[in-house]
Write a protein that binds this ligand. Sequence first.
Ligand SMILES: *Cc1c(COP(=O)(O)O)cnc(C)c1O
Length: 357
Amino acid sequence: MSAVEPRPWINAIAPYVPGQPAATRDGSMASNESTFPVSRRVADAVNAVLDGVSEYPDPLANGLREALAALHDVDPDQILVGNGSDELVYLLVLTYAGHGGRVLCAKPSYRIDEVSAAVVGADVAYVPLVDWRHDLVAMATVPADVAFVVNPHNPTGTTCAPDEIASFVDTARARLSVVDEAYIDFADIPEEATAIPLARRGDAVVLRTFSKVFGLAGARVGYLVGSADLVATLRKVRAPFSVSSFAQAAAVAGLADRDHYHRARTETVARRAELVRLLVDRGFEVVPSQANFVLARCEGEAALVAHLAASGISVRPGSALGVPGAIRVSVPSAEGLRLLAGALPDADQVPTRRRTP
Ligand SMILES: *Cc1c(COP(=O)(O)O)cnc(C)c1O
């Protein structure tokens, strides 16, 4: 049999290239994962599920949905839990922009937003970042089916103020505004930065994940908050059992462990400041970040990535993220920071791109 050809637009997709783990957990700074050990409560909850593994999971993750509804002061029917928030991105794009629709993103964007559009045969309209931030005024003028605002943004770590997002949602020509808040817990004041109030009113969709501050990237759980109508529509499209019983139990227990959350948040934010100091010290220009990673600009990106890899450290090359001439470094553990300090060249050996005065 000759090779089976996929639908024509599929061949044009540039595959998603994940970050590479280093040999040790401390050296892995490429995928913005949590550096904290798993919460005891999560481990116990996951173990307890084993007994019932012959049964299908609860398709709607009701226990998790109710806890999240209480946390965000919304109706449980305004919440949809997914197999990571990436699944929810695919669902939103398939449902609202599939078959010739149009997705609006910043440039550079979060890769999954553009890959999902390519998969369903939607166009992508891009609006370049200005000073590393979304240009929401320009984005609002672009007609689209789904607009993605990533706040804080990946790969830059920059944020838009809540009033800027509110006026974007108000004036956008896009039919649906999605605010991806994967990193919101690392912002100075998450409660003030969030667009949840807009999602509560059904004016926008907010995406959240358990992959970052909750340290459950391997469990694959994310959720969206939006209008009950939108959630009901997406339920028709989704695979009913996409979130495993292990994932649901892990997320419920992770959400309940507030000590773990606060420790992970506070220590990550403190270590982010140390990481920035180190990078600036070594001559890098660092983009101000409200996330658990920083973007550092340098000449000779490939040589630097290779040099760090030889020292057991993986970072994400900027060219893989639409920012050539930079590296994206996840906030490491304390030991990871020591490794990095030992491996980074001195300032006079790093040809960096400083802003011309
Ligand atoms: C890490 C990340 C996510 C999380 O995706 P999951 O599928 O929930 O692991 C979502 N959006 C952005 C922008 C991210 O960087």
